[in-house]
Design a protein around this ligand. Sequence first.
Ligand code: ATP
Ligand code: MG
Length: 325
Amino acid sequence: MSGIRPTGFLHLGNYFGALRNYIRMQDEYECFFMVADLHSLTTHPDTKELKSNVQHVLSENIACGLDPDKVALYCQSHIYETSELYLYLNMLAYKGELEKTTTFKDKVRSQPENVNAGLLTYPVLQTADILLHRASLVPVGKDQEQHLEMSRTFTKRFNHRYGNVFPEPKAFNYGSELVRVPALDGSGKMSKSENQFATLYLSDDDELIRKKVIKAKTDTGPLAPGSSKPEAIGNIFLLLKLVSDPSVINKFETDYNNGSIRYGDMKKQLAEDMIKFITPIRQKAEAIRNDENYLKKVMEKGAEKARKSAKATMELVRQAMGLNY
Ligand code: ATP
Ligand code: MG
């Protein structure tokens, strides 16, 4: 089970941190993937663009290879049971631990005018989404690691107090560790709602990709042959590894190690390889997005599957909690 907020266009971080795993998991597990529209209200209270953003996320998910016939692909707000479980779990989450969450502290700094209770209890809502399907694997990027730790804590607390209803959910990635795709200017991670000029979106056209990549932060070159890579350079290599051929990566590694590397050339190569990766996804997503009827059907079908699973879980929950009189 996992979700993506409809706060803008999807980017490489969403793809390599989350979606790439979804696509592989759909053939191996029973999967629930949702557009987390309720979560987006914690930071984006204006709902004017919500519908079109939901359509964006859905069409980009499908364009990347997610098959709505294989998984439950749905919209969070369509499943009312989420709110019920969220309420119960809120009684098991303490103010102190919620206030210590890194993402909460970041948002207090970035939106001091709107430090709402939904923001504080964001990890509780996320736990409700997961537990609603009694899911055990949650494919997410590195930025979600702390939230998943909190989900495990809330789950253990529930099971301890009311009986063993839920498996303990784990952050999941097919590789050896969770992925974090850095922003091109080295100022944090790629993101839908921040760092927009330093983020490569799956909707960016070729020229925009070239412009953004060429501006990526570099320095004057290795100080001495064989010296270790500063963070900004390491980030470019990391991006290259996501989309380029091993032979290309080897060439630039060798050039770096013998001090002959030209960052301009490396960025040009990176831009072209990014274009090759992004263009087909962008074109597919555009075509899907234009078919509103199809997207509505996808959402309805997804909600039906998710509701069925949610209803079954909530019966267990009410019974375990003694709310069955
Ligand atoms: P927002 O800025 O609105 O929070 P976001 O880009 O952080 O958007 P989310 O909807 O919060 O995206 O997260 C969706 C999924 O993408 C999560 O699993 C998250 O861990 C993953 N993700 C987001 N950014 C990155 C990144 N830069 N690298 C790896 N994974 C990422
Ligand atoms: Mg986020």
